[in-house]
Design a binder for this molecule. Structure first.
Ligand code: ADP
Ligand code: MG
Length: 246
């Protein structure tokens, strides 16, 4: 079972993971007010559904040339206009199936100027039971397509549960992401935090697509898709509460 992006980002933030500032909003006024609390000058209006591919998704009720489920705005007023167009409508993406998913909540987030989009996820290797990081410099795009067409661009690093993430593994993942200097240092500090969150919450999937390098040189998680093994949830009433929050 997946949780929403805004819930996943709040969870990651509590583990010290860098994510942009943002606020969930359930109506147009809330969306405008959320934007007014952000520094600007760019704002993202992001549909909260439990599926990816939102940016290039389409709203059933809108004209086919209308913008998708993740939009950029340059003022709180414009955020309100997008919110009015998106809320209550049905977003169809490659991951929702043809029926789509209703958008009843938006996440209003600081717009970050992106230098590079990377891919980083953590999964449980079904054979070894170990957590493995899956890494690619081809972020933002459709990772399944990358896996199909250029599998050599996807690398994995397995973590021994007894030792946790070794410093050398953090450095090696940074290298796989093509990061050097200060960004490599940021990546090496990010990886153990992601691992700690993954283990503490019994995650089944933690996917950051994209993890980005901003124009100002900061590593940030711009998207977060988090899934849980339903069998592990008995131990995590906090996660069950998130999941039942429709
Ligand atoms: P999805 O994968 O469901 O389409 P994302 O959260 O990945 O949704 O958003 C789609 C794209 O929108 C990202 O790949 C990124 O290019 C852009 N984007 C998302 N969030 C931000 C942000 N806070 N600032 C700038 N660009 C963003
Ligand atoms: Mg994404």
């Amino acid at each position: 079972m997946n949780i929403y992006e805004y819930q996943g980002k709040a969870l990651l933030r509590s583990f010290g993971v860098p994510v942009p500032h943002g606020y969930p909003a359930g109506d147009v006024n809330e969306a405008r007010a959320a934007a007014a609390k952000l520094p600007g000058p760019l704002y993202m209006v992001k549909s909260q559904i439990r599926a990816g591919g939102r940016g290039i998704g389409r709203f059933k009720e809108l004209r086919p040339d209308a913008m998708g489920g993740v939009r950029i705005a340059s003022s709180p007023e414009e955020v309100g206009e997008h919110a009015a167009e998106m809320l209550g409508n049905t977003l169809v993406t490659a991951q929702t199936g043809p029926g789509g998913e209703p958008v009843n909540r938006l996440y209003i987030e600081e717009g970050v100027e992106i230098d590079r989009e990377l891919y980083l996820s953590a999964v449980v290797d079904p054979e070894s039971g170990q957590v493995a990081f899956v890494v690619s410099t081809d972020g933002g795009a459709d990772i399944e397509k990358v896996a199909r067409e250029t599998p050599r661009k996807i690398l994995t690093v397995a973590v021994d549960p007894l030792s946790g993430v070794l410093p050398q593994q953090g450095r090696s993942i940074a290298g796989m992401l093509g990061l050097g200097g200060d960004q490599a240092v940021q990546a090496a500090s990010l990886i153990p935090k992601l691992y700690a969150a993954f283990i503490a919450k019994d995650m089944a999937l933690l996917e950051l697509n994209p993890l980005i390098v901003s124009k100002s040189g900061e590593l940030q998680c711009l998207d977060a898709k988090i899934g849980f093994d339903p069998h592990a949830l008995r131990r995590h009433p906090d996660i069950v509460a998130l999941e039942s929050n429709a």
